[in-house]
Design a protein around this ligand. Structure first.
Ligand code: MEV
Length: 433
């Protein structure tokens, strides 16, 4: 076991790498050369990446792919996706093309409200606290004016502050529950700064007014944003579902709907179903420099809002019309954070024609819906492995360090043979024998 190290963050990048390789790696030269091989030769660009976090030693690549042909509200998009999973971009592109010929995706932003809370304890009388809150509320807002004036000028800002009594759930526990409109910013810094200002004003004024002091526990935004909601939908007459892979559209539509109904009531299936949706969502969220952990946390909480964890997508068949839609909370930004800093994020936003946060919400929701359509379509027809393994073929070939010529031959071979790990290994061996 290595000895603990103090002052690690103060070491230079090379010293950090030297310490890591000499402490943990048997082949120190190889480990060091691998890490440095991923440095960008453009020193300025590398420095930018070094400074995103602490203790950067190198860069960690993910592929950035694009899925073209997304028709969203009659506007055509090519959607950038940063993801490592082989089949995701191919599946998104296929779904985009499928719906391009059937009217495309229709989307709507339902609401854009963000939430933040000051959590505090108070042992005194509730009525007294309530009266104090009503008196101090204008001051909470006015003392945050230096933080809110720019946002307000653009039409955003604090929308409401409420006092919430949570003492039934936890002794002496109350909240200031605030709602915000943060326009094109994700708004985390704005909200957290406002909340810390509310807490300061509230605590100070309480000392001068209330018999019992209040004790601030913490002030922080919530990543649960059920009122920052977007909807995306596709629909068409059942007969129009007919395509190369869908020979019997009526049978397909019914089975597809059953699969969605299962995910609506069965949590084990719903988690995997929603994971497939997040394949699309996270990839675009990441490519556009947004916080995918915040999105994930909020989305899964939303999926559990009615007692049990359930599907985020829904399907109906009415009057011969197949309709499939998603409703999902997405707190996204197209200004601030990484969006102005990371050159590839800027590139991805320009590729999307510099969307507003509302537009990005719609694009991301579409990516999730398209991904889910592709997954459920495969699951209920050919099974998922056919497409997955076709895309995974290249990973297996790379594992065996196949040459360009071998790849050409084997990709051709597996156009007409099913891909399994053992079949690929056997084919490589056969080719090399
Ligand atoms: C794999 O990453 C995602 C799927 O499992 C999603 C699903 O089952 O719906 C294919």
């Amino acid at each position: 076991m290595p000895n603990p190290i103090s002052g690690f963050s103060k070491l230079s990048k090379s010293e950090k790498i030297d310490w890591i390789v000499s402490t943990y790696f048997s082949n120190k030269e190889d480990a060091k050369s691998l890490v440095t091989q991923y440095w960008n030769t453009d020193k300025k660009l590398q420095k930018l990446h070094d400074e995103f976090i602490e203790n950067t030693i190198t860069n960690y690549y993910l592929p950035l792919g694009v899925a073209p042909n997304f028709l969203i509200n009659n506007r055509l998009y090519t959607i950038p996706m940063a993801i490592e999973e082989s089949s995701v971009v191919a599946a998104a592109s296929k779904a985009a093309k499928f719906w391009l010929d059937r009217g495309g995706f229709k989307t709507e932003v339902i609401a854009t409200e963000k939430i933040g809370q000051v959590h505090f304890m108070y042992e005194g009388n509730y009525k007294e606290l309530e009266t104090f809150f009503n008196v101090v509320k204008p001051k909470l807002i006015s003392e945050a004016a230096h933080l809110t004036k720019n946002m307000e000028r653009r039409g955003g800002g604090i929308r409401a502050i409420a006092l919430i009594n949570k003492t039934k759930d936890l002794e002496n526990y109350y909240q200031l529950h605030a709602t915000f409109e943060t326009l094109d910013a994700m708004g985390a810094n704005f909200i957290n700064s406002c909340l810390e200002q509310f807490a300061q004003t509230f605590e100070r004024e309480a000392k001068n007014t209330l018999e019992n002091n209040i004790d601030i526990v913490m002030s922080i935004l919530s990543n649960y944003v059920p009122n920052c909601l977007v909807r995306a939908e596709v629909s068409c007459p059942i007969s129009e579902l007919k395509s190369k892979d869908i020979k019997h559209p009526e049978v397909f539509a019914q089975k597809f709907k059953q699969a969605i109904n299962i995910a609506e009531i069965e949590p084990y299936r719903a988690v995997t179903h929603n994971k497939g949706i997040m394949n699309g969502i996270d990839a675009v969220v990441l490519a556009t420099g947004n916080d995918f952990r915040a999105v994930e946390a909020g989305v899964h909480a939303y999926a559990s809002r009615n007692d049990s964890y359930a599907s985020l997508t829904h399907c109906t068949i009415e009057d011969d019309i197949f309709k499939f839609w998603i409703e999902i909370p997405l707190a996204l930004g197209t200004v601030g954070g990484l969006t102005n800093l990371h050159p590839l994020v800027k590139f991805c936003l320009e590729l999307l024609e510099n969307p507003s946060a509302r537009e990005l919400m719609q694009i991301v929701a579409v990516a999730g819906l398209a991904q889910n359509f592709a997954a459920v379509k495969s699951l209920t027809t050919t099974g998922i492995q056919e497409g997955h393994m076709k895309m995974h073929l290249m990973n297996i070939l790379n594992q065996f360090e196949a040459t360009a010529e071998e790849k050409l031959k084997l990709v051709d071979h597996f156009k007409t043979n099913s891909v399994t790990h053992s079949a690929v290994v056997a084919a490589i061996k056969h080719l090399r024998s």
